[in-house]
Write a protein that binds this ligand. Sequence first.
Ligand code: ADA
Length: 562
Amino acid sequence: MIRTFCQNEIREVRDLSGSGWVFSPQDGEHKGEQFPVVVPCCWESLPQFPAYRGVGRFAKHFSGSGTVRLVFQGVSHTADVYVDGVKAGTHYNAFTPFDVIVRDLPEGEHLLEVDADNRFSEASALHIPNDYMSYGGISRGVQLEYLEDAYISYLHCVTEKAPDGSWGIRLSVCIVNLSDRPFTGQVRIEVKNLAAVCCLQINIPAGEQRVAEGKIEGLRPVIWSPENPALYEICATLWQDDTAVDDLIERIGFRTFAVSGRDLLLNGKKLRIKGFCRHEDHPMFGCALPPEAIQQDLEIIRDLGANAIRCTHYPNDQIFLDLCDEQGILVWEENHARGLTEEHMRNPNFEPQAEQCIEEMIRAHFNHPCILIWGILNECASETEYGYECYKKQYELIRKLDPSRPRSSASCKFMTDICLGLPDIVSYNLYPEWYVEKTTQEWLDENYNWVQEKSEGAGKPFLITEIGAGAIYGYRTPTICKWSEEYQAQALSNQIKAVLGKEGCSGIFIWQYCDCRISFEWFASRPRTMNNKGVVDEFRRPKLSYQVVKELYRSYGNYCDD
Ligand code: ADA
């Protein structure tokens, strides 16, 4: 399963996730041995490989002929793909989807092999030992598609409200011609349940691709909001000589999200973000959470009274985004980068890999109404001239790929950040009462005042993108010392009250939803080699802070004027 809804009625697809896969490590004491596994699978979930770093081969047979497209939603972190022993594709980065197309397959059974590599090296600028675990494996769903000569590779939709109150959709549809002859045809795009249609003519030279653009206007849809997350299916069908040769179904929502002075306006109302940062991490599944486990996390997060999730620190599984669309949960999604210093950013692979991550994230996740903000470069070198140039280029790239969403970056450079003129929203990660021995009010005021009075971020909306404190599940003590559940509950209470009570602050993302595993090569004072700042532990058992956060979050509405 790669999405929660059916994306094709004409294109034939087969889910390759599930059983029938064999895993074999390519190194270490179990080298070459074979283990039956269920994909998605992080090998760290297997009893023999809790800490294996190396290459692991995943193999499965499939049948078919002609042109096939293999879609991988995520392989951690580098993938080499082979079909019948011949290399068919390669991809870097665990957290973005990619595809591999194989042509002229003879009729019969074929062998798919994927070599996943989770080792750290200079070749990987983004996966470094870090405050989250870099797992190994096929960590998200895999799908097999049988294609004709031409296919729809994406359909992007921007919903816009017209001055007369009606809605329009700006459409971009990309068609790929795989054949060695020119392709002439028509794309018909229809919004289901709104009786709206747009037809576009296309001519594509042999072996090339073209993006056709169109517009649908005068719609009167139900608006998407956290309170009523109304979704519409939009279907693109590719026609050639009166035959439908391919299709792609996407889902959209009609909503506006805008920066207005220091405010964030969702459907024209001043939004109050009550959020959590969340890593894709689970003690049983690693980062390869099954849809049911993702859904359970969303249930818990909603029970906590939150309305938003920040996907730290990488693009998330699209099933998570589908569920957020369906449940009206607001999302900040960011490219993959955490805590990179200038030295890390000077790795020659850094810029191409970070930019590729942005491109793949936006291309794949463009249509999700739940995504409000694109983020980049969490806590990277925004205090340096070199860092500034990198931030600038990445913000410009986002603007080019998707001018419809505001951009931001979670900073920990406090009063030394020189990049605040670049984003649309200023975002700070503050840890008063944890790393910084100041009250939340003091530390928040100092930073807020500096941003608004002395920096180029003046006049922009201001968000707290991380705040929190650590607690070891079950450690209770009347001394209320650090690492106790009591201390965390008290700190979070102070932090939430100060941030949500602050005029000019658009909201808060608590660090973090659940305790998560960290790279065992990384230390930085992490008891249990875990990041223990979750409001629930890794098994989703509530800490004392759960009830405190729940009561506070539930006492504030989604909008400031409520
Ligand atoms: C950072 C960082 C998080 C996490 C957190 C912490 O600000 O962005 O990934 O490491 O701090 O727990 O210290």
